[in-house]
Design a protein around this ligand. Structure first.
Ligand code: XMP
Length: 516
């Protein structure tokens, strides 16, 4: 069997690194992101397993001449040249290649940020089939001003005298082809993949299921596996993939924390007991969670309490089951975020973190190379219902972090009913397709109202409806007034404890999406 084609992306801290990997995969070539300090021996390791077609150097926020700026060694480039591996440098990557190979990079004077026009002077290689003028996305302060022997200039702009160059199969471009603002960015990357790297495009999502089932079979054999199923798309897909390989030797434990949305536990139980070949075990831990959460109002304490109790409940079940393997629904961005980039901890995200070390089981992560939308495609292929495959994000601590104040059966019921109305009304209109999340938050604020002829003094519900690409930033959504009115009217009519509904008009940043 032919080896899978691969393009490696070296991460210099660029914010669009993931996007580059995505675009390469869209061209049917597998891609993997490595940190800038990756060694050539690691590249050799990949070449044994894959058919390495090329390497991309990402952008990054530093300047190449700054002390301690991220860089590969001169030997790394020699290795690339010696092995005839096509290379594409983007933005910082473009400057770094020029710098390491004897060219000149200087502070640009005028920074260029946003959409710019470049003149394509030679329509060759990555520029094949493009126009003489192209609109591209620039974001840089430094400029390549001189190249060493053997390089040819391919494009320029008003502020970037050398906006693109090449030397053999080594290319550099000052702009970002991976973002949508570069009008023909997709064509440029496609040219790199097919014209320069000469890839055939032999990586398909469809092959993934077959290959990963085979791999799991080989690894687990007749051993037993265990998974904590949350009902989200990642853990559900991981569970079904493993069940295809080991059948009833997989036990999926679903802990009902009492903090799930309306009808959710019932629906998960129905899906997994009826449709798939695995042991499904529902653990009713509602009372334990409500007892642990009594009097807890601090958001971080709430998250920790839930996370820790979850681990304890799951551990108790794991002990009963005697498993060899723990399956986790980790996906590619989870791995990259914790492995390469360092982000400030804004909130502690407690899902099943901390489980592997405690249980001492071998880990299986069948989705570790996939992006979220790729997981959704697989989910559909393996027969998970649309409501799971298309599920919007839902936080590990569940409704608890949408109750400001104490979480108890009563407050959970109120926010759950409101959440149900919000979802039902928005989904009826089809507007949910353009939204990242839409939900209700219960505030510990009472206000005066009038219902019938009587004075009321009741709770407030805030509506949080946001658009986002990845959850890192978000905008509050502009919703039709009549829809908001309908939601508000239904909430105040159907939930006697609520007499006021407000709309959250905060972007992220400064607000986070969840309120706690
Ligand atoms: P924030 O509130 O930080 O959330 O803007 C960003 C995205 O992450 C989701 N979120 C979580 N997801 N476990 C998760 O799996 C968690 O503990 C958690 N907390 C927040 C949130 O719903 C949003 O989509």
């Amino acid at each position: 069997m032919a080896k899978t084609e691969l393009i490696i992306i070296i991460d210099f801290g660029g914010q669009y690194c993931h996007l580059i990997a995505r675009r390469i995969r869209e061209n049917k070539v597998f891609s993997e992101i490595l940190p800038y300090f990756a060694k050539t021996s690691e590249i050799d390791g990949f070449r044994e397993k894959y058919d390495l077609k090329g390497i991309v150097f990402s952008g990054g926020p530093c300047s190449v001449y700054e002390k301690n700026s991220p860089a590969v060694s001169r030997e790394f480039l020699e290795y690339v040249e010696k092995n005839n591996i096509p290379l594409l440098g983007i933005c910082y990557g473009h400057q770094l290649i020029a710098h390491l190979m004897g060219g000149k990079v200087v502070p640009g004077g005028r920074k260029e940020y946003g959409i710019t026009e470049i003149s394509v002077d030679k329509k060759v290689g990555i520029f094949k089939g493009l126009s003489s003028k192209e609109r591209v996305w620039m974001s840089h302060g430094d400029n390549v001003t001189d190249l060493s022997k053997g390089f040819e200039e391919l494009a320029h702009s008003d502020n970037a005298p050398i906006a693109a160059y090449r030397k053999g199969d080594i290319y550099g471009i000052q702009f970002h082809p991976e973002v949508v603002h570069t009008v023909h960015g997709k064509e440029i990357l496609k040219n790199f993949v097919y014209e320069v790297c000469k890839a055939k495009g032999n990586w398909e999502m469809g092959d993934f299921v077959k290959e990963s089932v085979e791999k799991i079979k080989k690894k687990v054999g007749s051993g037993r596996a265990l998974i904590a199923l949350s009902g989200g798309v990642d853990s559900s897909t991981a569970a079904v993939l493993v069940s295809k390989a080991v059948g009833m030797n997989l036990t999926a434990v679903y802990v009902d924390t009492g903090l799930m949305r309306k009808n959710e536990s019932e629906s998960i139980e129905k899906t997994f007991t009826k449709g798939f070949d695995l042991n499904f075990k529902l653990v009713d831990a509602k009372e334990r969670f409500f007892t642990a959460l009594k009097g807890v109002t601090d958001p971080e304490k709430k998250r920790k309490t839930i996370g820790e109790l979850f681990i304890r409940v799951f551990e108790e079940e794991a002990k009963k089951i005697k498993s060899d393997y723990l399956v986790q629904g980790t996906i590619y961005p989870d791995r990259i975020e914790s492995g390469i980039q360092s982000a400030a901890t804004i909130k502690s995200h407690h899902n099943v973190g901390g489980l592997p070390e405690k249980l001492g089981l071998s880990i299986i992560e069948p989705l570790a190379d996939l992006y979220k939308d790729e997981v959704r495609i697989i989910a559909k292929k393996i027969g998970l219902p649309d409501e799971i495959a298309n599920r919007h994000p839902f936080p590990g601590p569940g409704l608890a972090i949408r109750i400001i104040g104490e979480v108890n059966p009563e407050s959970t019921r109120i926010v759950r009913e409101a959440d149900y109305i919000v979802r039902e009304e928005i989904e009826k209109t089809g507007l949910d397709k353009d939204l990242w999340q839409y939900f209700a938050v219960l505030l510990p604020v009472k206000s005066v109202g009038v219902q019938g002829d009587a004075r009321t003094y009741c709770n407030t519900i805030a509506l949080r409806i946001v658009q986002s690409k990845d959850g890192m930033t978000a905008n509050f959504a502009e919703m039709p007034w009549n829809l908001l009115e309908k939601i508000s009217t239904r909430i105040t009519n159907e939930i006697p404890e609520v007499n006021r509904v407000v709309y959250d008009l905060t972007h992220k940043p400064p607000g986070t999406i969840e309120w706690e």
